[in-house]
Design a protein. Structure first.
Length: 68
């Protein structure tokens, strides 16, 4: 894989979702394939960017999404 992030399509994009890990709800803004490694070894993961009612965005694993 390259060093570039990749935006991915998702059926819940721009819909209200819930992060089952935290219970927080918001609008799914983007799903991005990102290198989340903090060392030299690559570790790619599909992250969901969710905008909560406060306007702040947070990330979670795509596997933690459910429709709200």
């Amino acid at each position: 894989m390259s060093d570039r992030y990749e935006y991915l399509p998702h059926r819940l994009l721009r819909c209200r979702v819930r992060d089952i890990a935290s219970g927080v709800e918001g609008e799914l803004m983007a799903v991005i394939n990102e290198n989340v490694a903090r060392t030299g070894m690559e570790r790619w993961m599909e992250l969901a960017y969710i905008r909560a009612a406060s306007g702040r965005e947070f990330t979670t694993s795509v596997a933690n999404l459910e429709p709200a």
